[in-house]
Design a protein around this ligand. Sequence first.
Ligand SMILES: Cc1cc2nc3c(=O)[nH]c(=O)nc-3n(C[C@H](O)[C@H](O)[C@H](O)COP(=O)(O)O)c2cc1C
Length: 362
Amino acid sequence: MASNSFGTLFRITTWGESHGKAIGVVIDGCPAGLEVSEEDIQIELARRSPGKSIYTSPRKEEDKAEILSGVFDGKTTGAPISIVIFNKDFDSSKYEPIKHLLRPGHASYTYQEKYGLFDHRGGGRASARETACRVAAGAIAKKLLKHFGIEVVAFLSQVEKEIAEVEISNLSQIKESMLKSSIFCPDAKAEIAIMEKIASVKEEGDSLGGIVVFTSNLPLGLGDPIYEKLEAKLGAAMLSIPASKGFEIGSGFSSVFMKGSCHNDIFRHEEGRVVTKTNHAGGILAGISTGMPLIGRVVFKPTSSIKKPQETLNVNKEKELLTLPEGSRHDPCVAVRAVPVVEAMAALVLADAYLLNRNAKL
Ligand SMILES: Cc1cc2nc3c(=O)[nH]c(=O)nc-3n(C[C@H](O)[C@H](O)[C@H](O)COP(=O)(O)O)c2cc1C
């Protein structure tokens, strides 16, 4: 399973299983001299943590990050940064009664067939618990970006037909509005409607999907053409998040309804710099950032773990009914907790692209 590393210059490797002793991440390639503390990581982990509201899973992971290496006197040394998070609030016995079942929408079938075994305890390596490591690494990527004046923000934009109305270019406003939201939705009206939908689907023992939007005030010139296009890297990052099922940049799939005369973003000279009248490109042209706001969207499927009984097969391929054991914990809408993960993955791609861009020309 040689697929646990991500990035080129700013490179992460995550390790660990959901119900193992610990999970962690090693970050290689972070420049020396960046101020980093465990508190910086803790703030981001707290945002991803479950157990905060009825809209997320009740697992009360403490997610306490410890930096083991690569930071001295509060600053990165340039050496690999290792972060460990010990697993605490888990009960593997809950999975015993269903360990022989292929769980619809889960990793059990493909892992079992491909590797010949599956860690049924919370999904093992396939568990979204791994995303805590991405968020920890993303905290450092975000600090590096901030040093260069770049911010990255993600928010919950849509659940079913409820859509948040958001002024995308105002990053600080989005951040501030989200502080008050337990579901990372910056539009109070949409937030209430979405919370009602999630509460009602939870009551039914079912789940919902959702769309997460991310944006950044990127400078011009990040990303490389051909195979390393910025949107290609962002797409790979976003589609690697568990339960993500689609990615768009700018107008994305709605471009099918536009003509060229509408989709083309017209250049203008404004206050000493080139901007575009519209931003259908989502801030990227030919794989390179234009200096207009970066705008991407990621869609998440409805959570696979649901209380409703489901017909399935056992490992011997015989029909059985899957009913989750009493007290099983899951998110009624994974898109909510995916928000900090999307933000982290965007930050990792952009930090890498920023460092790579320093080699672009003399
Ligand atoms: C933050 C986060 C939390 C998640 N929590 C759950 C969960 O509680 N229950 C569940 O069935 N899936 C959850 N998932 C999704 C599964 O991990 C994922 O659907 C599964 O591993 C199969 O992978 P795939 O959907 O990418 O094909 C979560 C995903 C994310 C990003």
